[in-house]
Design a protein around this ligand. Structure first.
Ligand code: HEC
Length: 108
């Protein structure tokens, strides 16, 4: 009963490779954006509908449903925010996640 372990290990290794590749290729996930927003943005912005907190900055739900919301305007803002908002130096992936999350907040 010892031998069959090897094919099983090989199958597990193949499965791990498959999920690693699939993970890298998947589209930006709003859940990643939400996690990031909670960590980096929630000290100033209300990042989720129904959440209470500081009103020092516009809530994400208002931003996502604002008349000027476009993906490009968010990307441009995050690449070069104006004071009092700090430049958080987000990576391209992180900006994609935030954009995906903001899109998920749009009521339509
Ligand atoms: C230190 C406080 C602070 C943090 C942290 C912060 N922001 Fe802001 N943010 C602001 C303020 C204040 C404004 C409003 C600036 C203005 O209108 O002049 C703003 C504005 C914005 C706007 C533009 C809103 C509009 O009406 O066009 C976006 C988009 C935005 N923030 C996204 C983010 C994201 C995403 C994060 C986290 C990665 C973040 N902010 C973190 C303070 C902050």
């Amino acid at each position: 009963m010892r031998k069959p372990a090897e094919p099983a290990m090989a199958a597990i290794a193949v499965a791990i490779c498959f999920f690693a590749v699939a993970g890298a290729a998947r589209a930006a996930d709003p859940q990643d954006g939400y996690r990031l927003a909670k960590q980096w943005c929630s000290s100033c912005h209300i990042v989720a509908p129904g959440q209470s907190g500081s009103d020092a900055a516009p809530p994400f739900e208002s931003i996502a449903n604002g008349p000027n919301f476009t993906e490009d305007s968010i990307r441009a803002w995050l690449a070069d925010p104006h004071p009092p908002m700090p430049d958080l130096h987000l990576s391209r992936d992180e900006v994609d996640w935030i954009v995906a999350y903001l899109r998920s907040l749009q009521r339509k």
